[in-house]
Design a protein. Structure first.
Length: 101
């Protein structure tokens, strides 16, 4: 699969490739397809609209970690709450939390 996406969504494809390298039971093409779909949904769904480039990249980087966690839903919910509880480094903590909700 030679599809690419624009930053910050490219982090998702890099995560798919990293997971496939680290876990022999993960098929690279399938992982890329799943993460490409996630990137497309996020981009088309406008979930990051209103966030600056920095905060959008923070959200995507967090989702990269959360989507491969044992319980992705719980990981995303915890990250959303953490944006409000410990917003250090975020330009728009409420916007980040909302984008993850």
């Amino acid at each position: 699969m030679s599809q690419s996406v624009d930053p910050p969504f490219d982090l998702l494809l890099a995560t798919a490739e990293a997971v496939a390298r680290e876990r022999p039971d993960v098929d690279l093409e399938l992982a890329r397809e799943v993460f490409l779909e996630a990137a497309t949904l996020l981009d088309n769904g406008l979930a990051l609209d209103g966030l600056d480039e920095h905060d959008a990249r923070v959200v995507i980087a967090g989702l990269c970690a959360d989507l491969v966690a044992p319980d992705p839903g719980a990981a995303v919910r915890a990250r959303s709450q953490a944006a409000l509880d410990t917003p250090e480094g975020l330009h728009d903590p409420k916007g980040v939390a909302a984008s993850l909700s």
